[in-house]
Write a protein that binds this ligand. Sequence first.
Ligand code: TRP
Length: 331
Amino acid sequence: MEKKVILSGIQATGNLTLGNYLGALNNWVKMQDEYDCYYMIADLHTLTVRNDPEELRKNTLNLIALYVAAGLDPDKNTIFIQSHIPAHTQLSWILNCYTYMGELNRMTQFKDKAAKHADNINSGLFTYPVLMASDILLYNADLVPVGEDQKQHLEITRDIAERFNSIYGDTFKIPEVYIGEVGARIMGLQNPTAKMSKSAKDPMDKILLTDSSEDIRKKLKRAVTDSENCVRFDKENKPGVSNLMGIYGIIKNKTMDKIEEEFKGKGYGEFKNAVAEAIIERLEPLQNRYNELIENPDKLKAIYEKGDKKAEEKANNILKNVYRKVGLIVD
Ligand code: TRP
C-alpha cells in the first residue's frame, strides 16, 4: 500500500524553541517511517512581515539544520525550501482566483497580525492562507500536522480544494489536520497560560534549542510557579508547574501521576533542577549535530538540494494538471 503523505512547514523567524521541538519536530521524527513526509521552510510566508534579509537567510539555513539535528532523516523525508519551488507561488496565483475576500477576512491570524503590524497590512498578509493552501495541495497531502493556531488555515484549504474540485472534477486531495499527542502543547515559562513562542519578546519565557546549559538552568530557576510548593498537575490553578510537568513527562516518558509520585514531599527547587537537567540531556545530542551541520554549509546545501529536487517534481505534476483544467495552454 502506498504511504500516506504528510506535509508541514515552519516559518523562518528566529530560532526554534523547546515548544517547537516537543510539540512538532519530535512528533514528525516518529512519523518518518510510516508516512511519506514533506517538510519545508516557509520562507515566503516569512516575507509577510518585515525581515532583515541576512537574518532571513541565516534563519532558513538554521532551520534546515535543526530539522535534521532533531532527527529528521534527509533520506527518509523530503526537506526543502518553499521559495525554491516556483510551483508554490504559481499555484497560489491560481487559487487566489478561487478564494473569496470574505473568506480571507474571517481569518483570525490575519486579524491578529494586522493589529500587530498596523503599519504594514500588506496583501501578502491577507492572502497568506492561499499560499499555505498551495503548499499543501501541491503534494496531495493526506495529513497536515499543525498547531491549534493554524487549524483555520487548514479549513480554508479544504474549502478551496473542494470548490475547485466541484468546478473542474477531482483534482486535489482533501487534506486533514493532524493533531499531535496530547500534552505536547508547551507554554511559556514566564506566562504559562500562553504558548511558548519563538517570537516572544522576553527571552526568559522561552527555551531555544540552541540555549547553553547555563541558560537553561537559569530559565528554569526563574520559571513562574505558585506558592503551594507541591508538584501536582492542575492546569487551571497551577499552569506553571503543570507546564513543567508536561515538559518533564514528554522527555522522560512519564505520566503526570508518576511525576507527582517522584516529587512527593520535594520542593520546587529540586523539581526545577530535575526538569532543567532532563532538557539539557535531551538537547545535547541535538545541539552537537546542529553545530556540526552549521559548520558544514556544503552538507546543508546537499540536504536541501536533494529535497528541492524531489519536491519540485511532485509539485510540477500537480501544477500542470491544474493549469490544464483551468484552460491554460500547457503543452
Ligand atoms: N503558516 C504556518 C505557521 O506559521 C507555516 C506553514 C506554511 C505551514 N505553509 C504550511 C504549515 C503548510 C503547514 C502546512 O505555522
